[in-house]
Ligand binder design. Structure first.
Ligand code: NAD
Ligand code: TYD
Length: 350
């Protein structure tokens, strides 16, 4: 699989920015277009180091705007799409489910329609890659793993919207022959993550001596994957994954929230030169998230066997690198928490 004009949606976000950087640096012969609406989660400061690359173009725009998306495909004839743009935070989806339907479901269908209109005479060599989440599978009990054959059973408006978009991608494959791949990944962590998600939120709160709000009893379990390992997997699936297949991606790395937070507190104390136990005192148990999934755990055997992919760092190493990044990128964090990062687009692109 090779591509000429590659569209990456949501490239200013957390995972998307790592994917854009990786592809821009590795595939000099591709023209890479990053389409992003720059919602609160989009931050072009994530991509300062590649913004002047000759094979990179940023386009500000909304995937919910059908006409705009159609015109964009007519203009650039993207032969590859890696679709990451989404509303991605479960807690926000509980407050405003419709925003998730608009972007995650309708936005995805707009992209599918434009891609189909462009290539339906000959889909040969084209590829639509939809990035999804393990949350579509719902929740596990104490044992078991999600495989590619696990039935969808989403519990939050976020996971329901992602499940819906996965189904549409698959349906376009069956109905119109649209060539696609999907991957469903576990929780990502690493540099550039917006501090509303567990790990960056808690790093920021420790730095500001604020409480660490652990939902419920803290005994919820997630599988964690370092974001750069996700970008490596996306490269492999995009180029070598089989048409119409799904790949589960995970770190073989399950942590109960409270154990993860305790490890994070220890590493933070160590790096900040504080007595061990200082940050743990900030842990505060708060009201649980409604519909909170007990446990996610991924069986990533398929991609491991077929494409030779596996996580490259242990969680302790990845977490340590992540904390180091936040500690040495205080300006990024300050801009994000103050809202100043949203001025960067005007400064850079007006
Ligand atoms: P993010 O919230 O950090 O970034 C999303 C990006 O999409 C932002 O740059 C935002 O501006 C952009 N965007 C949002 N709505 C848009 C719209 N209507 N039009 C154009 N752009 C829009 O998200 P993330 O954590 O980087 O996740 C990226 C993708 O990976 C999502 O599809 C998510 O479901 C999936 N995913 C995330 C995780 C995780 O742990 N973060 C795990 C598995 C899968
Ligand atoms: P999060 O980072 O929001 O990812 P997801 O909901 O997609 O798994 O949350 C990870 C886990 O941490 C999840 O079980 C909810 C929990 N959590 C807290 O306990 N407190 C918090 O402030 C946040 C944001 C999450």
């Amino acid at each position: 699989m090779k591509t000429n004009n590659l569209l990456i949606t949501g490239g200013a976000g957390f995972i998307g920015s790592h994917v854009v950087r990786f592809f821009v640096n590795k595939y000099r012969e591709y023209q890479i277009f990053n389409l992003d609406e720059l919602t609160y989660a989009g931050n072009l400061e994530n991509l300062k180091d590649v913004e002047d690359s000759p094979n990179y173009t940023f386009i500000k725009g909304n995937i919910n705007n059908e006409d705009f998306i159609d015109q964009l495909f007519i203009k650039y004839r993207f032969d590859g799409v890696i679709h990451l743009a989404a509303e991605s935070h479960v807690d926000r989806s509980i407050k405003d489910p419709l925003a998730f339907v608009r972007t995650n479901v309708i936005g995805t269908i707009n992209l599918l329609n434009a891609f189909k209109a462009c290539w339906q005479d000959n889909f040969e060599g084209k590829r639509f890659y939809h990035i999804s989440t393990d949350e579509v599978y719902g929740t596990l009990g104490e044992t078991g793993l999600f495989t590619e054959r696990t039935a969808y059973d989403p519990n939050s408006p976020y996971s329901a919207s992602k499940a819906s978009s996965d189904h549409f991608v698959r349906a376009y494959g069956e109905t119109y022959g649209l060539p696609y791949v999907i991957s469903n990944c576990s929780n990502n962590y690493g540099p550039n993550q917006f501090p509303e998600k567990l790990i960056p939120l808690f790093i920021n709160n420790i730095l500001n001596n604020k409480p660490l709000p652990v939902y419920g009893d803290g005994n919820y379990t997630r599988d964690w994957l370092y974001v750069i390992d996700h970008a490596l997997a996306i490269d492999l699936v995009f180029h070598k994954g089989k048409n119409k297949e799904t790949y589960n991606l995970g770190g073989f790395n399950e942590w109960k929230n409270i154990d993860l937070v305790t490890l994070l507190c220890k590493q933070m104390d160590d790096k900040l030169g504080k007595p061990i136990g200082t940050s743990e005192k900030l842990i505060t148990y708060v009201k649980d998230r409604p519909g909170h999934d007990l446990r996610y755990a991924i069986d990533a055997t398929k991609i491991n066997k077929e494409l030779g992919w596996g996580p490259s760092v242990t969680f302790e190493e990845g977490l340590s690198k992540t904390i180091d990044w936040y500690l040495s990128n205080e300006e990024w964090l300050n801009h994000v928490t103050s809202g100043d990062y949203q001025k960067y687009y005007l400064k850079q692109y007006s």
